[in-house]
Design a protein around this ligand. Structure first.
Ligand code: M6R
Length: 363
């Protein structure tokens, strides 16, 4: 049942404030700052984490790497499952191996998990389908509580994966003593305030839809982001190519002058994911390099960020302000809406894009 929406994807994008609230309720209760349900996940004696997944779930892992390293100081290695499984990487008993999968049935991710069995200290999974193979074969399976996701393009599962991975980062930091109780409490309060901000972000839909009509004319689109927003750029590009069939690439903003800047011309829109965090100024200077070469910048930032970026930008999508660490979850909304409306404008099959399956159970 599409609940009145034209596509499952639209419904699933709109459900995010609700399902994230439910995930927050599950892991933090109705009030307070204490984390629940992670008591049996000990970070004692853990020197490294490896995180393995495919597609959008892999990008969730890349965001989580920034969080876990920053908050808990544990080195994290992230890999796509198809590479990890055949590389025979060293995995010792000081390693937590973590697998992220919406379906819990992705063949490569499951094979990577099996490779780590008997080697890693703990096998942890972050899954949507609780009775899936990946969940069953893990020592600890953490539910993301996104509810059934039908659209082939993953949306609410991504933001729920991020919510659970942030919770895990907070728990690791708590156990390690790397985060003051005050900062922990502030972050949990900010997380509780996130669904309201997601609702505000959803309200930008009209603007995003208009821009999407113009984006639908492009043959190629670039996405840029820095730090924890780099994986969001990757996710925005994947979503766009998946359902609109427009060629889209993402780069870490700082990589621009190492090659991709050669692609810039007035026909290549450049989507810049830039919340006003510590790296904002750097991203603005990358944007200016794009504009100086006639590139069309679509800036996604908050009001002040858009103001600071100046007149030269082509289009902008305004996000509400948010605690820095939560920006990847919030900025997932415009990334998804852009892809969705561009695909609708092009008339492609949004929920069942060509050549793709919801669950990739063969390698
Ligand atoms: O079920 P999984 O999370 O393991 O699936 C992983 C990828 O196949 C999946 O995220 C894919 O990239 C989506 N179609 C992206 O929208």
């Amino acid at each position: 049942d599409k609940g009145g929406y034209k596509h499952f994807m639209a419904k699933e994008i709109a459900e995010q404030p609700q399902v994230i609230s439910e995930a927050i309720g599950h892991y933090f209760g109705a009030s307070g700052h204490e984390i629940r349900g992670l008591d049996n996940l000990s970070f004692d004696g853990v020197n490294r984490m490896v995180m393995v997944a495919c597609g959008t779930a892999y990008y969730a892992c890349v965001v989580a790497k920034y969080w876990i390293e920053k908050l808990a100081g544990i080195p994290v290695e992230v890999d796509v499952a198809s590479e990890f499984r055949y590389r025979e990487p060293p995995v010792g008993d000081d390693v937590i191996a973590l697998f992220v999968s919406q379906s819990g049935e992705t063949a490569d991710t499951l094979a990577a998990l099996r490779y780590c069995q008997g080697k890693a200290k703990k096998i942890v999974s972050v899954v949507n389908v609780a009775e899936s193979s990946i969940a069953r074969e893990s020592d600890i399976a953490l539910p993301i509580l996104a509810g059934v996701e039908i659209g082939v393009a993953s949306t609410k599962a991504f933001s729920c994966q991020l919510t659970v991975l942030l919770t895990l980062a907070l728990e690791a930091a708590r156990q390690r003593g790397t985060l003051s109780a005050d900062r922990q409490a502030d972050l949990v309060s900010a997380l509780r305030g996130l669904p309201a901000r997601l609702n505000i972000a959803l309200d930008s839909e009209g603007v995003t839809e208009q821009i999407s009509h113009e984006l639908a004319e492009a043959r190629d689109v670039l996405f840029l982001g820095r730090g924890q927003m780099y994986p969001l750029a990757l996710e925005g590009a994947l979503k766009l190519k998946e359902i609109s069939y427009i060629h889209a690439e993402a780069y870490a903003s700082g990589e621009l002058k190492h090659g991709p800047i050669a692609l810039i011309d007035p026909n290549v829109p450049v989507v810049v994911m830039a919340p006003r965090d510590a790296l904002f100024d750097k991203t603005v200077s990358n944007m200016q390099e794009v504009m100086a070469r006639g590139g069309k910048v679509l800036l996604v930032s908050d009001r002040k960020g858009i103001e600071l970026a100046g007149d030269g930008i082509w289009r902008s999508i305004e996000m509400p302000g948010v605690e820095d660490l939560l920006a990847p979850i919030l900025y997932a909304i415009p990334a998804q809406q852009l892809a969705y409306h561009t695909a609708v404008a092009k008339g492609t099959d949004v929920d069942q894009p060509r050549n793709l399956a919801k669950s990739v159970t063969v390698e």
